[in-house]
Design a protein around this ligand. Structure first.
Ligand code: FRU
Length: 481
């Protein structure tokens, strides 16, 4: 019975320490992320009966800091309209739906014979949900892929907006009462990557240079820059009806790594906080069902703050772990004051608890070097930094277990670099994951790996290039207790 499992977390080699995982069973997309009465809610695509995709429910957890989570019973279970696919949540402050002032209202895809959109509400801080009696609120217009509603309040026009993935486009709907929805516009037919199905949209504003820009996330599977799934985005303007993208070199990718998918942002973050907070599923449909964990699959990425930045060529959406995760300011670092090719030991208190590696590179002309996490069995994950090729490449072909899928080890995982005066690298490592952020997340690579013995060494390989300047090499424990 699902509700009996939530108070017990199966211990396993690859269960991370400071990333969210379901206590038992399968997890994919984050759903219904909303901040309410001092708690961050995280719902998620969940199979409470097994560690593979199927029987989709919404699992549920709450947190006060997005790092320490309390597991709660399953929030939504399948019904006669179908399984419960991905969706979102809002706080209905003005009781526009009539369910009650301050109700949490959730939107999800009912996945039965057809995909339709349904709603449910909670009047008890998200602890229990009542499904609306007249679901679905948006019937299927005759297309197969019609899902993942993400809703927000558009204050300038006093109305709700829903972004919905509709095959190869995003359709925007509007409503005054969350129950009746009307189509506004459709975006995306001739722009961006279209090699896979469009899923999990999110439209939200970010401030850049004192001006509001609108960002649209669209997850796509397959067709990511390095195979399988990934999240592309568009930057532009939104007038309450239509999203108009700026002319940028699309597709643009939030994360070039293989393992950050279907991520969206939290709703109802207080204005006094003002951050745009994100979380993604740290896995890939290419191999998600067979990664070598047993009682659970899999983890979420670290919670990240989104911002607009300039990469030297154009505007980008940068993402970086939230301060609550803990970083170098929290602990006493181990400092390597000189860049050498000697192996640098990583102690058990680091690899058992998770750590952050950081350093700054000043390219003196050519800057080509590798750094690797490795163990005594010769397993390693290699990060190759190359300002000549303008790439940052992750090689996990020898990273540990990989025979669970033909799709895991290869190919090389590439991200583009633009010209900068310096590059600061931050990498969070937590058992089976590496999340690398360059220059505050202008370029990101999130990749999972399954070493059969913890990586207990850091190794730089200068590839014969002595002119390079790499400074402030530090290793910090993540302080998460
Ligand atoms: C994305 C996705 C969504 C869907 C859900 C089903 O990973 O395919 O489009 O709602 O997963 O679990």
């Amino acid at each position: 019975k699902p509700s009996d499992t939530f108070d017990y977390t199966y211990d396993e080699t690859y269960r991370p320490v400071f990333h969210f995982t379901p206590p038992y069973g399968w997890m994919n997309d984050p759903n219904g992320m909303v901040y309410h009465n001092g708690q961050y809610h995280l719902f998620y695509q969940h199979n409470p009966y097994g560690a593979r995709w199927g029987n989709m429910h919404w699992g549920h957890a709450v947190s006060e800091d997005m790092v320490h989570w309390k597991h709660l019973p399953v929030a939504l279970a399948p019904d006669e309209l179908g399984a419960i696919f991905s969706g979102s949540a809002v706080v209905d402050k003005y009781n526009t739906a009539g369910f009650g002032e301050g109700a949490i209202v959730v939107f999800y895809t009912s996945a039965g014979q057809q995909q339709t959109q349904s709603i449910a509400y909670s009047l008890d801080n998200g602890r229990t949900f009542t499904k609306y009696a007249h679901n679905p609120v948006i019937p299927n217009p005759g297309i197969e892929d019609f899902r993942d509603p993400k809703v927000f309040w558009y204050a300038p026009q006093n109305k709700w907006i829903m972004s919905l993935a509709t095959s190869q486009s995003i359709t925007f709907y509007t409503s005054k009462n969350l129950k009746q929805w009307e189509k506004l516009s459709e975006f995306g037919e001739n722009i961006g990557a279209h090699t896979g199905v469009w899923e999990c949209p999110d439209l939200f504003p970010l401030i850049y240079d004192g001006k509001v820009k609108w960002v649209l996330f669209v997850s796509i599977n397959p067709g990511g820059p390095n195979g399988g799934n990934a999240t592309q985005y568009f930057i532009g303007d939104f007038d309450g009806t239509t999203f108009t993208p700026d002319p940028l070199p699309y597709p643009l990718w939030l994360d070039y790594g293989r393992d950050n998918y279907a991520g969206v942002t939290w709703s109802n973050i207080p204005e006094s906080d003002g951050r745009r907070l994100f979380l993604g599923w740290m896995n890939n449909w290419d191999y998600g069902n067979v990664v070598p964990t047993r009682n659970f699959r899999s983890a979420m990425t670290l919670p990240r703050e989104l911002r607009l930045a300039h990469n030297g060529l154009h505007m980008v959406v940068a993402s970086f772990p939230v301060k609550e995760v803990g970083d170098e300011k929290d602990g006493t670092p181990i400092i390597m004051d000189k860049l050498t090719e000697e192996t640098f030991p990583i102690g058990a208190d680091y690899y058992n608890n998770g750590y952050v590696l950081s350093f700054t590179i000043k390219p003196n002309g050519l800057s080509i070097f590798d750094f690797a996490l490795q163990n005594s069995k010769g397993e390693k994950i290699i990060f190759a930094f190359d300002t000549n090729q303008k790439t940052f490449v992750v090689d996990r072909s020898q990273s540990g277990l990989s025979d669970f899928s033909n799709n895991f080890a290869k190919p090389l995982i590439k991200a583009p670099l633009t010209k900068k005066d310096s590059y600061t690298i931050h990498m969070w490592v937590d058992k089976a994951s590496t999340e690398v952020f360059i220059n505050g997340g202008e370029v990101v690579q999130t990749n999972i790996a399954f070493p059969t013995e913890p990586y207990n060494q850091l190794k730089f390989d200068l590839r014969g290039n002595t002119a390079i300047s790499v400074d402030n090499i530090t290793l910090y424990k993540v302080k998460h207790n």
